[in-house]
Design a protein around this ligand. Structure first.
Ligand code: NCD
Length: 323
């Protein structure tokens, strides 16, 4: 990577806490940068030294397969030292608070903290207490910015653009940080966003977010370019939001019949983990001609490399006193 490139890579944020507040130019910068890493990750020699001497700590208070692994790979492929803090074996189990844990880690001078937490707002709070850069890897039902970026990269590569596309986000919108971050990103980039869900699973603010709300899959999927399915986030549900899984699948599960309403070349997406036979029919999930689910995982590593790189470049500027 040339030195001249570093002058134009201006990402004016110390942390990446959400998509809300990130401009379309900044999103485009992150996506363009990610493209370079997609290519690099397909080469035999993937390793770079951009993060040499930098420490990244993954601090996950919630289960994760894709996000944690891809942050770890991303940091290592950029030459950084990556440490995974497992909550199950940490002092958090002994009653230490989130902030005490953050302060303890901060005292070890990491450069980037990647944090996932079950409470909305917890990662923002933590970012105010530490000296390093913080990346939100999902906080409650609030935001999951790198997921929205990897979804956008997947869409842009398949469809050539984001602007003007009709994107239907379907399922448990109420509890989904993926939906929230995607709505912000897609709105900012000029896509037309619809959410499709039972009334009980749509947040009251939905209409204020500048999106269309549908409670019928056939109408919601009509002529859309992208069908993004979401898991029922039962770990965040207190009470009954739908009569039964069987009925939910009947009305809101993606099968070929409902998919028939979307454009012929509509792309099927899912952030994972998938619950087959609940929000998506198994055959549809495995239809690799139409589904981009595996590609989303690949894009996740590239996007996280771009995010780590841009935040680390800012840290250099802070250290040099010119940010
Ligand atoms: C999502 C998450 O954790 O918010 N998963 C992910 O990061 N790939 C979606 C989910 O858990 O359903």
């Amino acid at each position: 990577m040339s030195d001249t490139a570093s002058d134009v890579l201006d990402f004016p944020h110390r942390h990446l806490l959400g998509i809300e507040g990130i401009s379309s130019a900044e999103i485009t910068l992150l996506l363009d940068r990610s493209e370079i890493y997609v290519e690099q990750n397909r080469q035999a020699d993937m390793k770079k030294s951009i993060l040499r001497g930098r420490t990244i700590i993954n601090l996950f208070f919630e289960a994760s397969t894709r996000t944690r692994t891809s942050f770890e790979l991303a940091g290592k492929r950029l030459g950084g030292d990556v440490i995974n803090m497992s909550v199950a074996t940490s002092a958090i189990k002994k009653g230490e608070t989130l902030i005490d844990t953050a302060m303890t880690l901060n005292a070890m001078h990491p450069h980037v903290l990647v944090v996932r937490h079950p409470d909305s707002g917890a990662v923002n709070l933590l970012s105010e207490k530490v000296n390093c850069a913080v990346i939100n890897a999902g906080d409650g039902s609030h935001e999951h910015p790198t997921q929205a970026l990897l979804d956008a990269l997947t869409i842009r590569r398949r469809k050539g653009r984001l602007s003007g596309l009709v994107v239907a986000i379907c399922g448990d919108i109420l509890h989904s940080r993926v939906a929230r971050s995607n709505i912000h990103l897609l709105n900012t980039m000029g896509a037309r966003v619809r959410v499709v869900a039972p009334k009980t699973l749509v947040p009251a603010v939905a209409e204020r977010l500048g999106i269309e709300v549908f409670h019928d899959m056939n109408a919601g999927l009509a002529d859309c370019d992208i069908v993004m399915m979401l898991r029922l986030q039962s770990e965040r549900m207190h009470g009954n939001f739908f009569p039964s899984i069987r009925e939910y699948f009947h009305f809101f599960g993606l099968d070929y019949e409902k998919l028939g309403n979307a454009k012929e070349d509509a792309l099927i997406m899912h952030p994972g983990p998938m619950n087959r036979g609940v929000e998506i029919d198994s055959e549809v999930a495995d239809d690799y001609g139409r589904s981009a689910i595996r590609e989303q995982v690949e894009m996740g590593v590239a996007v996280r490399m771009a995010c780590l790189e841009l935040l680390a470049r800012n840290l250099s500027k802070i250290e040099l006193g010119n940010l």
